[in-house]
Design a binder for this molecule. Structure first.
Ligand SMILES: NC(=O)c1ccc[n+]([C@@H]2O[C@H](COP(=O)([O-])OP(=O)(O)OC[C@H]3O[C@@H](n4cnc5c(N)ncnc54)[C@H](OP(=O)(O)O)[C@@H]3O)[C@@H](O)[C@H]2O)c1
Length: 230
């Protein structure tokens, strides 16, 4: 991608989303992002001033995403890079011990939230004739482990829907699934416990991953990628 671009990132309040927002901004790009935590969004707004733009949006609400897309497309135009990063993981538990509500939450955010963002932003990208959609997958979108079945189901779904989407987007656009690697975030601490601290920090990861994301283009459509740095 050439010049300074507008990057849309979901889940910017902490972890990889936050680190990507900081790194894209540091490199001179405009970052538009969302998350549910009001305090962190307010802090981010204070830290990364206009033209950057951060708002409280729950991607699991199609109505909230729709309203956000309307605002963003009006005030920032069409993003060149759409990063579907927001996700949650179930508390470690065997599948039959996961409540219906907890299972739904993982699917509502990780899968349906990603699709809502695509539903409300991609038509404008198609009209503009360019843009890259990066759907965050996981090692657990390509392999499995015990006690994370809801999360695995959501990330295997991300891989499948991204492949299908890549067969639908017109020339000039791309949809890719990205396994970020293994990085020491709240999410990793939730499933790995104390051993998460032996993995890289999100800030260190973003230094390698952001330039990698900026190089993506139409030729990458349909790829199942793994980010450097994790
Ligand atoms: N860390 C790893 O090693 C690793 C490995 C493989 C894949 N991944 C993937 O990488 C991505 C980022 O993970 P992470 O480790 O940075 O996780 P994290 O530290 O738990 O951060 C998740 C982010 O998503 C946001 N989020 C969650 N639910 C949301 C919702 N309904 N609406 C809007 N934002 C929401 C959270 O903000 P709020 O709580 O404020 O909403 C937070 O900013 C995820 O897709 C994850 O599956 C991570």
């Amino acid at each position: 991608m050439n010049g300074n671009i507008t990057v849309l990132i979901t889940g910017v309040t902490r972890g990889l989303g936050r680190a990507m927002a900081e790194e894209f901004a540091r490199l001179g790009h405009t970052v538009v992002g969302c998350g549910r935590s009001e305090k962190e969004i307010a802090e981010l707004r204070a830290r990364l001033d206009k033209p950057h733009d951060f708002v409280v949006v729950d991607v699991a609400s199609d109505d909230e995403v729709k309203a956000w897309a309307g605002e963003v497309l009006r005030s920032h135009g069409v993003p060149s890079l759409l990063v579907n990063n927001a996700a949650v993981i179930n508390r470690n538990a065997r599948l039959w011990e996961v409540s219906a509500g907890d299972f739904s939450q993982v699917l509502d955010i990780n899968v349906k939230g990603t699709v809502s963002v695509i539903r409300h932003f991609l038509p404008a990208m198609i009209k503009a004739g360019h843009g890259v959609v990066v759907n965050f997958s996981s090692g657990w979108g390509r392999s499995t482990d015990a006690e994370v079945a809801p999360y695995c189901a959501s990330k295997w779904a991300i891989e499948g829907l991204t492949q299908s989407l890549s067969q639908e987007v017109p020339a000039g656009l791309a949809a890719v699934a990205l396994n970020p690697g293994i990085i020491n975030t709240d999410m990793l601490r939730s499933c790995f416990g104390g051993s998460a601290s032996s993995y890289p920090t999100p800030e260190r990861w973003a230094k390698a991953a952001v330039p990698f994301l900026l190089k993506l283009g139409p030729n990458d459509n349909g790829k199942q990628l793994t980010a450097p740095g994790g």
